[in-house]
Design a protein around this ligand. Structure first.
Ligand SMILES: Cc1cc2nc3c(=O)[nH]c(=O)nc-3n(C[C@H](O)[C@H](O)[C@H](O)COP(=O)(O)OP(=O)(O)OC[C@H]3O[C@@H](n4cnc5c(N)ncnc54)[C@H](O)[C@@H]3O)c2cc1C
Length: 410
């Protein structure tokens, strides 16, 4: 170790929603933890009448439980969270439709739509009062093995030395690239346009999704000071169509959006500025290497059509924390590949199954082929008549199926 190097038991790179959740889950472990992020990690003052942030997440019940246990949910509820109790999905090119409700599984809500900024700030608040060492405004630039440790060089030249690195640095993970972790990736040939819009009719605490010929269009309910006419939209479409939509003026965009949504909530009266995000599926071939684990978008990115990305990430964080805490209680070295493999074994099959399901959905609804159109319409109608099958789907959406970590259990 050179003079000036900082030693830690664990370095988490990336203090986004997933990296922050992991740091909070381990904050009382007695481990010396450093959390590095290229951003400022400021908590923005919140105004209840502020415009909505364009990036939102549909948080499952499992994510809500994890955030409650981590002490972040109170901050979310005190800012802004919009519960939804119903979901309506239909095929724009046919008559198939399906309706899901929380009541069908004796739950009060299916989930909450929350702005990413609100989730992030509510995680950072308890973190700032904890023993976790925050290193804001510093990017990871180099990573190499040095004996049994990793040596990380940050953008100000500072060097960190640790036996265990967790990559939570998002879809374009520098850790993943620098450590040479391989991924499987492919383009969805979709861009997502996101913004918030005000509709003539109230959203009825319902998440709406129409499958158009170009891709899925979601209207997710938002609440601001009792006003239930706002929705967050995620419009996934071909890159060429997205380019045309981004070029439209406000009036023409609202009209095109109203047409694409069949005006189920009446006219679109207002629209905030739009963001356009290219969508790409990525999955790391391994989530762990000796002394290294990948979580959240650094391990996998998934089509937003089912709103699962950060929900999978929170489950990764909760499972990894559980595995590390148990290993520490038994006196096992945390960087041991046998310890880290327990995390991969619990998370990879679940994430792969979710990604395969989304991929199947996306292809089925993308296709113009007549047999596939028939299949999806017949499938939607059949499922609508099978309460048992719908209940399985609803439990999946709540995130309450599979091998749940303690943090996500009732
Ligand atoms: C259009 C759209 C809609 C979505 N809707 C939903 C939804 O409804 N529900 C849902 O669950 N998910 C949704 N997702 C997915 C969700 O947004 C992501 O899964 C989630 O943001 C991933 O969080 P993360 O913390 O893993 O990564 P990120 O949010 O990308 O955070 C990564 C962090 O790492 C930091 N960082 C990056 N590089 C470095 C570096 N070199 N050094 C230091 N720090 C670094 C960044 O500053 C950042 O803070 C959606 C995604 C899209 C595109």
């Amino acid at each position: 170790m050179q003079p000036g190097d900082t030693q830690a038991d664990l370095v988490i790179v990336g203090a986004g929603m997933v990296g922050s959740a992991l740091a909070l889950a381990l904050k009382d472990s007695g481990l010396d933890i450093l959390l590095v992020d290229g951003g400022p990690l400021d908590v923005a003052p919140f105004a209840a009448d502020a415009p909505f942030e364009p990036r939102v997440s549909a948080l499952s019940m499992a994510s809500q439980r994890i955030l409650q246990r981590l002490g972040a949910w109170d901050g979310i509820a005190a800012r802004r969270a919009s519960p939804y109790a119903e979901m309506r999905v239909w095929d724009g090119a046919g008559t198939g439709q399906i309706h899901f409700s929380a009541a069908s599984v004796h739950a009060e809500v299916l989930g909450h739509i929350v702005e990413n900024r609100v989730i992030q700030d509510s995680l950072l608040e308890p973190l700032r009062d904890s023993a976790v060492g925050l290193l804001p405004g510093l990017r990871l630039e180099q990573l190499r093995r040095s004996g049994d440790d990793w040596l990380l060089t940050l953008s100000d030249g500072r060097r960190l030395r640790t036996p265990l690195v967790v990559a939570a640095d998002g879809a374009l993970s520098a850790v993943r690239r620098l450590a040479g972790c391989e991924t499987r990736e492919w383009d969805y040939l979709h861009h997502a346009i996101v913004t918030s819009v005000r509709c003539a009719e109230p959203h009825r605490a319902t998440a709406w999704q129409r499958f158009t010929d170009e891709g899925p269009l979601a209207f997710l309910p938002l609440d601001r000071q009792g006003d239930d006419h706002w929705c967050s939209i995620v419009w996934s479409t071909t890159p060429a169509h997205a380019e045309r939509l981004m070029a439209l003026d406000d009036t023409a965009f609202r009209a095109a959006l109203g047409d694409a949504f069949e005006r189920r909530l009446g006219e679109v009266l207002e629209a905030d500025p739009r963001l356009c995000i290219p969508l790409r599926q990525r999955h790391a071939k391994r989530y762990v290497e000796p002394g290294l684990a990948l979580i959240g978008d650094a391990a996998h990115t998934i089509h937003p059509l089912a709103g699962q990305g950060v929900n999978l990430g929170f489950l990764d964080a909760a499972v990894l924390a559980e595995v590390l805490l148990r290993a520490r209680a038994r006196g096992e070295p945390l960087a041991d590949p046998r310890v880290l493999a327990r995390f991969e074994r619990r998370r990879m099959p679940y994430n792969l199954a979710m990604m395969a399901a989304m991929e199947g959905f996306e292809r089925l609804f993308q296709s113009d082929a007549l047999p596939l159109r028939w299949l999806r319409n017949a499938g939607l109608k059949r499922m609508e008549r099978l309460p048992g099958a719908k209940a399985v789907f609803v439990r999946q959406a709540l995130g309450l199926s599979g091998d749940l970590p303690e943090l996500a259990r009732a």
